[in-house]
Design a protein around this ligand. Structure first.
Ligand code: PFF
Length: 456
């Protein structure tokens, strides 16, 4: 195969790939989802399994995804077609790209609804809505927001429009500029909040909740959630990182790159968890509150600290930005495919993707009010509202399945010499470890965890 070029361009510098991929990875998954999942799944044992999944499965799979993107130099759908052809394998491997494109749109739909909550909270905090409020009042405010379909749809629409406006402009003018400033700022703000949390009495309790492991709290279901979340938080299994890899220059050290992204993502999640659980315990709140957790805890801290309205506004704004840089990467694979393979322009493609994701998102918003009684169930395996259905279907099934197929393709289907050259891991030992993880550990781990609920 001759060295192909991406028609969408190349990152302007090495570190812009790291920034963009970190922008994709760090998002609501870290600040909103990780803490509430830790709460729902009983704390430290979940955190431990999650960390294991990130190290033994997530980071190696990320390297595999980037490698595929950089070799294919196209959208995940076309990359997988090309590379399957190159390997002399069936074109069904293109299915990885298709499933990823679908997962991206599904995730974007519910993601935009939650990001909309963060936009609403930026607005509310800026108006001083939480100043001096009690835990009950803060939680009532959130309940009122959820109960109001019109408002939810409005904030969701606003966020979706923000996302599309960047996707339309391609990678240079929109994305790179945004992540360069916003990601460091978010990190600093979280650090500030962590320092605040450390001054509170409940910090020790928060530490214990997150790090004192008690395996009796671990169920098969929470192991699957930890695995699914490690894919979700690193943006793996659906082609987002593969799409970004297609715009990556040669010669960049992949091992260092993926470890950097993995560490940054994990540190942000752990910091957010520590901050949120400190506020939970300090105020006698419920750690297992679920998706509302972040919105019922952080405003309380801002209500109490001096200058809280200002700090809170900036913080929620940064959460919105973190969600924004992730949402963009959810739309990119399918939009890039449409630009390559149909006659649509980037604008038209982004609009179509946006309308589909927006419509599904409206269904997710209504799941909190008008459609709260509408449940989707299969036997007695599960019974979920539309929002939870999309979340579980993508996070617990589609992303790990995508990851599994990527491991099999890179580990067993592609030519070993090509994989070795593309991975470009300078130490033979490192290459051997990575190969072992991608060929054996990750696929077996994913299979066991995914099949486990069916076997019980
Ligand atoms: N990684 C993002 C987060 O943690 O918020 C969410 C996400 C983005 C998932 C892109 C999947 C993806 F492809």
């Amino acid at each position: 195969m001759t060295t192909p070029q991406s028609i969408h361009g190349i990152w302007t510098a090495r570190w812009t790939f790291i920034l963009a991929a970190t922008g994709s990875a760090v998002g609501l998954g870290n600040i909103w989802k990780f803490p509430y999942m830790t709460g729902v799944n009983g704390g430290a044992a979940f955190v431990l399994v999650y960390l294991l999944c990130i190290t033994a499965i997530g980071i190696p799979v990320m390297l595999a995804e980037i490698l595929l993107g950089r070799r294919g130099r196209a959208s995940p759908i076309n990359t997988m077609h090309k590379l399957a052809e190159e390997a002399g394998a069936t074109k069904f491997w293109g299915g990885i790209g298709w499933m990823g494109a679908l997962a991206g749109m599904l995730i974007l739909s519910f993601y935009s609804v939650v990001a909309g909550w963060a936009v609403a909270y930026t607005w509310l905090t800026a108006q001083g809505a939480f100043t001096g409020e009690s835990a009950e009042q803060v939680s009532t405010t959130f309940g009122n927001l959820l109960a109001n379909p019109r408002e939810l749809v409005w904030w969701h629409t606003l966020f979706m429009a923000m996302t599309l406006s960047v996707v339309v402009h391609g990678i240079h003018k929109g994305l790179e500029r945004a992540v360069r400033i916003l990601m460091p700022l978010l990190f600093l703000m979280l650090l500030g909040l962590l320092v605040y949390a450390m001054t509170q009495d409940a910090f020790g309790q928060s530490l214990a909740f997150m790090f004192a492991v008690d395996f009796s709290k671990l169920s098969g279901d929470s192991i699957l959630s930890a695995l699914g979340h490690s894919f979700f938080t690193l943006s793996l299994g659906m082609g987002a990182i593969m799409a970004y890899g297609a715009y990556m220059a040669r010669g960049q050290n992949l091992a260092k790159t993926v470890v950097t992204i993995g560490v940054l993502d994990t540190v942000v999640a752990l910091m957010a968890g520590l901050v949120i659980f400190t506020i939970v315990f300090q105020n006698g709140l419920e750690p297992a509150a679920g998706p509302s957790l972040m919105f019922q805890t952080l405003p309380l801290a801002f209500a109490k600290m001096p200058g809280g309205a200002l700090i809170g506004t900036v913080f929620f704004l940064l959460v919105v930005f973190a969600a924004w840089t992730s949402a963009i990467s959810l739309g990119e694979p399918v939009v890039a495919w449409a630009v390559e393979s149909t006659r649509l322009t980037r604008l038209q493609a982004a609009l179509i993707v946006g309308v589909i994701a927006w419509t599904l998102g409206v269904g997710c918003a209504l799941a909190f009010n008008l459609w709260s009684d509408v449940k989707f169930s299969v036997g007695n395996l599960f019974s979920l509202n539309f929002f939870d259905l999309l979340d579980k279907l993508t996070t617990n099934i589609m992303l790990p399945l995508g990851g599994l197929l990527i491991c099999i393709f890179v580990g067993w289907v592609m030519d070993r010499a090509i994989v070795r050259a593309e991975a470009d891991l300078h130490h033979p030992q490192l290459y051997r470890v990575w190969s072992f993880l991608v060929q054996i550990v990750a696929p077996v781990g994913i299979l066991v965890v995914m099949l486990n609920p069916l076997l019980q």
